[in-house]
Design a protein around this ligand. Structure first.
Ligand code: SF4
Length: 448
């Protein structure tokens, strides 16, 4: 058996996407070549998400499809990595006995060794590696095969010490582990030297970051030092926890114009009673106070959020509170979901008592309100204005290009610039989900 090429399919969040970049870097170091599809690969890896039930279900149907290649290519290897691998462990091979590798979230660095083992030994059977590693920091990945030519995703911490009652992440990613600050800053400098213009700092609760070697070097300090690195033209971070924003983080964001004027504040529900059951560690009032702090921080911050509808016990009055909060805050974008019970969470044992049809209606009402808000904001704040846009690639219509403002708005425009180019765009037309415009020579920095 000679495993020379690989293909990674990724479902899920930015952290998962970045894990795939780390895995691709590892396998490239092992001398393997990344190919464009499972059909061309010696090794197929499914890097999976288990946050929503639907995503977890997709895993087995996708594995069933890929299995067909084993008929003609008996040496073809199939692996499951990431959150579903961590969650299901040995069960993956019970449900899909043709899977050769199951590698959890702490063990992806071991993939090359596991492949060597499979290649060199004739011991049949799958390799399952899902233990959690001790220690304050995650394993370092010296080579990362970045998918983007202009944005460097950089992990600063992994795992989560919160225990939101709906969330499987503490189970699949383990406790918080932070990278030493000097290694993060070194990676940022390296990526800037390689030509990356945007840096995205990643962590499950990114703003609870603490340097394991120096507990006084926290998120605000890291953010400031990262923003001061020459060549970092845009700096973003995701995903923060509302509870963890310290005053000095807002001060740094207000001062440093290359930190993007966009912040994601996951809300989950506008009802304090529901938030309590969700164990979110903030009330409706505390959340609104945080929004006020951002509104008054000295820069125009575009706020985005996550909301779950139909959490156990959510009454129509609770849901009305979510709608009224959304109306009050005027988020610039939102991810919204129907609640689905996840294994290994506290809420899993509670009665999932909001009927499916009611959940659907609530989701539709929320999304329709949010569309109206976005359309209004786009008309009032963006239409007729000029923005700096960082080009990302071909637009959905396959004719135009698209890029993003610092406030994370997608802008489509006719042009042919390469990804990573900064251009000026006059916004001439707006829809609820994106903006359209014309490239212009003059452009002002959209950060105030
Ligand atoms: S803060 Fe809550 S929702 Fe976010 S990852 Fe941790 S447990 Fe999950």
């Amino acid at each position: 058996m000679n495993v020379q090429s690989f293909f990674i399919e990724t479902f899920g969040c930015q952290m998962n996407l970045h894990d795939s970049e780390k895995i691709a870097g590892l396998l490239a170091q092992r001398g393997m070549v990344e190919v464009g599809s499972a059909e061309e690969a010696d090794l197929f890896l499914l890097n999976t998400c288990s946050v929503r039930e639907k995503a977890a279900q997709k895993v087995y149907s996708r594995l069933g499809e890929v299995k067909k290649r084993k008929g003609a290519h008996p040496d073809f290897l199939i692996g499951v990595v990431g959150c579903v691998a961590q969650q299901e462990g040995e069960d993956v091979v019970k449900k899909a006995p043709f899977v050769d590798l199951v590698v959890g979230t702490h063990m992806v660095h071991a993939l090359p060794d596991l492949l060597d083992e499979i290649q060199e030994s004739h011991r049949p059977g799958p390799r399952v590696s899902t233990r959690f590693l001790p220690g304050p920091s995650p394993v370092e990945f010296p080579e990362v095969a970045r998918q983007s030519s202009f944005r460097a995703n950089i992990t600063i911490m992994e795992g989560c010490n919160k225990h939101c009652s709906f969330c499987i992440v503490p189970h699949t990613r383990g406790k918080e582990r932070n990278r030493p600050g000097h290694l993060i800053l070194e990676e940022i400098r390296r990526s800037v030297n390689q030509g990356y213009v945007e840096v995205l700092l990643l962590g499950q609760t990114v703003n609870s970051y603490r340097d394991p070697d120096n507990p006084r070097f926290r998120f605000a300090e890291l953010l400031e030092q990262a923003a001061r690195i020459p060549g970092v033209q845009r700096l973003r971070f995701t995903s923060p926890h509302p509870r963890e924003f310290q005053e000095n983080t807002l001060a740094v964001m207000a001062e440093m114009n290359n930190i993007c004027n966009q912040v994601h504040l996951p809300l989950q529900s506008g009802s304090t009673a529901v938030l309590k059951r969700m164990l979110r560690q903030h009330s409706r009032e505390e959340y609104l106070e945080l929004v006020d702090r951002f509104r008054n921080c000295g820069r125009d911050m575009a706020l985005s959020t996550d909301i779950i509808v139909g959490f156990p016990g959510e009454t129509s009055q609770d849901f009305e509170q979510t709608l009224s909060l959304v109306e009050e805050v005027q988020f610039e974008s939102m991810f919204s979901f129907k609640y689905s019970p996840r294994p290994f969470t506290q809420a899993h044992s509670w009665e999932d008592d909001v009927p499916e049809q009611e959940k659907t209606q609530r989701l539709m009402a929320l999304q329709s309100l949010q569309r109206e808000i976005q359309l209004k904001i786009h008309g009032e704040k963006y239409l007729g204005q000029n923005f700096e846009v960082l080009v990302e690639g071909m637009a959905r219509d396959k004719v135009q290009r698209f890029g993003r403002t610092t406030s994370n708005k997608i802008v489509n425009y006719p042009g042919n610039e390469s990804p990573g180019t900064f251009i000026g765009v006059d916004i001439t037309k707006v829809g609820p989900n994106s903006l359209n415009g014309q490239r212009v020579e003059r452009f002002q920095h959209s950060c105030p």
